[in-house]
Design a protein around this ligand. Structure first.
Ligand SMILES: Cc1cc2nc3c(=O)[nH]c(=O)nc-3n(C[C@H](O)[C@H](O)[C@H](O)COP(=O)(O)OP(=O)(O)OC[C@H]3O[C@@H](n4cnc5c(N)ncnc54)[C@H](O)[C@@H]3O)c2cc1C
Length: 252
């Protein structure tokens, strides 16, 4: 699949380190699917689809830094939507997001609301300035906010927000965010792992299931094609929550 040229029509500064880019082309994604974003002359990296015509990028290194240098009218190459997204199941659902992991969950929450589902979201961020898409989540249902520094909502990590909820009440639980947070939630859901869907972050190179860069030990699940959304029970007993591999394949 060759990348489609996408011109940036709007840039929204969500926080000092997170920006949303809206494009002149739209997709029809399943929430949780991703795009391989080609920053010409720099790199091609995976990004979740946060709007049908947009991505939400946290600046962490060279490629994301180069995206931050772009302006309205500049363009990127986009391959996708790729992979398997979230399946909306049941009537009452819980979304748990950490940091920029809120990006695909916002689209999911909006679609769930449209289908008449009851949506509760727990969003964990370091401080209130890092919170993104508050209005989108409040529009979809109930929102519980946690901050590491106590500057908004419940003081603590996203898991602190779960203590005010009975996880048994939910038909499905959807996760996206830092791996320790997702592993912690799965660990709290003993016996309920099959109703968890987690968006997995691994080092994606090809996005086509060919190179094996993102494979998860020991079965070799390839999140770039079999995920990035993977059911919680399939992650139990794997490398998930313990280690991952970098660009050279070395464990980190
Ligand atoms: C399915 C998926 C969806 C993602 N969605 C988003 C999103 O919506 N918003 C967002 O800000 N980030 C998202 N990421 C993470 C994003 O891809 C990395 O932050 C980005 O690739 C960093 O590139 P860099 O050159 O700026 O940083 P680097 O300095 O190269 O690396 C910084 C960190 O990003 C990781 N990274 C670098 N290249 C890749 C790659 N090709 N694949 C996976 N991880 C990489 C590195 O392992 C390192 O931990 C997603 C990752 C995956 C796998």
């Amino acid at each position: 699949m060759r990348p489609k040229n996408a011109k940036i029509v709007e840039i929204v500064c969500e926080t000092p380190s997170v920006r949303t880019l809206r494009f002149d082309i739209a997709f029809d994604p399943v929430p949780g699917q991703y795009l391989m974003v080609w920053i010409r002359g720099v790199d091609e990296i995976p990004m979740s689809i946060s709007y049908k015509d947009g991505i939400t990028v946290q600046q962490v290194g060279e490629a994301t830094g180069a995206i931050f240098d772009l302006e309205v009218g500049d363009s990127l190459g986009l391959r996708g939507p790729l992979g398997n997204g979230f399946s909306l199941l049941g009537e009452e659902i819980l979304l748990v997001g950490g940091g920029v992991g809120a990006a695909p969950l916002a689209l999911l929450g909006e679609e769930a609301k449209e289908r008449g589902m009851e949506v509760t979201t727990v969003l964990g961020v370091r401080c209130c300035d890092d919170l993104i898409f508050r209005e989108r989540f409040e529009g979809a249902g109930e929102l519980v906010i946690t901050t590491d520094d106590g500057s908004m909502g419940i003081c603590g990590r996203a898991s602190a927000g779960l203590s005010c909820l009975d996880l048994q009440d939910f038909d499905q639980i959807y996760l996206c965010g830092p791996e320790p947070m997702m592993a912690d939630v799965i660990g709290r859901c003993r016996g309920m792992e099959a109703k968890i869907q987690a968006s997995i972050d691994r080092y994606f190179k090809c996005g086509l299931g060919i190179c094996g860069s993102c494979s998860i030990d020991p079965e070799g699940i390839r999140p770039c094609v079999e995920g990035p959304v993977i059911r919680g029970d399939k992650l139990v007993g794997t490398e998930f929550g313990r280690y991952k591999r970098g660009p050279s394949g070395r464990k980190r």
